[in-house]
Ligand binder design. Structure first.
Ligand code: NAP
Length: 262
């Protein structure tokens, strides 16, 4: 089945595409296929080559370096958005980071520095990017980010990143409550485990991936393409009545308390 959505004339900024496996790329592909003009920001020059390769042959795209924790980088990035697009319809925040040490050991041993880094990069940057985007976002505009169910239930080793995702989900509600007056919606997508660079840095991710698929009512994990399709729904007018929500795309694994074989 195919649903076609025409986003020609619309503009989007996608933050956090590291390579072809990135969830940000799955979302960007849907936007590009719908005719949307898309700007991309990447954290370090190390990633620019990968992004340039992905974008080869695409028109209506541009890229700019921006560390989301840098106010200067965000000012320059949204200055570029203004120059390129004049205004913005869609903002995609697909960014998270926690130091490996904070996920290797016990949650009890989380250091203040690692806590601050994880919460700053993975949750506060949604606040700062929305503040920079505020005057550019047009009525009917929409913001999405990516979260994970470890915000609600304990996932061993996810540790401080679970706290950061809980902060991201609460942040989504507070931003939605304030940005709704300008007819801008803010939602977050709770994706099941997917094999990306960020996921590979989580100790025991392979086991987590297998267990989630076993528990899921659909008997598999959701795919990046399915994340992209939900993103398209939430960003576009199809999702016009929804804001402040955490929306799951995980083949249903989060609804299961346990799985018992018959
Ligand atoms: P990914 O491809 O590694 O994307 C994460 C992106 O965040 C990378 O491009 C990374 O850039 C960027 N980033 C980290 N710190 C940054 C900073 N200070 N400024 C700007 N960019 C920064 O992995 P992904 O799995 O697609 O992650 C995207 C989002 O999906 C994250 O919020 C993640 O938590 C969420 N998510 C993932 C899964 C999963 O299983 N994969 C499930 C649920 C939710 P660098 O590579 O330069 O660090």
């Amino acid at each position: 089945m195919s649903v076609s959505i025409d986003l020609s004339g619309k503009t989007a900024l996608v933050m956090g595409v590291a390579n072809a496996r990135s969830l940000g790329w799955a979302i960007a592909q849907q936007l590009l296929a719908a005719g949307c003009r898309v700007g991309f920001s990447y954290q370090g020059e190390r990633l620019k080559g990968e992004l340039d390769k992905l974008l080869a042959g695409h028109e209506n795209v541009w890229t700019q370096q921006a560390d989301a924790t840098s106010e200067d980088d965000l000012s320059a990035l949204f200055g570029r958005v203004k120059d390129e697009f004049g205004g913005l319809d869609y903002l995609v925040h697909s960014i998270a980071f926690a130091p490996r040490a904070a996920m290797d050991g016990r949650f009890l041993d989380t250091t203040e520095a690692d806590w601050n880094t994880a919460l700053n990069v993975s949750a506060y940057t949604l606040v700062s990017t929305c503040r920079h985007a505020e005057t550019l976002l047009r009525p009917g505009g929409s913001v999405i980010s990516l979260t994970y169910h470890a915000s609600q239930k304990v996932v061993p080793k996810y540790n401080v990143m679970g706290v950061a995702k809980a902060a991201l989900e609460a942040t989504t509600r507070y931003l939605a409550s304030e940005m709704g007056a300008a007819d801008v919606r803010v939602n977050t997508i709770s994706a099941g485990p997917m094999r990306t660079i960020a996921a590979r840095s989580i100790p025991g991710f392979g086991t987590m991936y297998e267990k989630a698929a076993e528990a899921a009512p659909l008997g598999r994990n959701a795919t990046p393409d399915e994340v992209g399709k939900l993103a398209l729904f939430l960003l576009s007018d199809l999702g016009s009545g929804m804001t402040g929500q955490t929306v799951y795309v995980d083949a249903g694994s989060s609804i299961m308390a346990m799985k018992i074989e018959n």
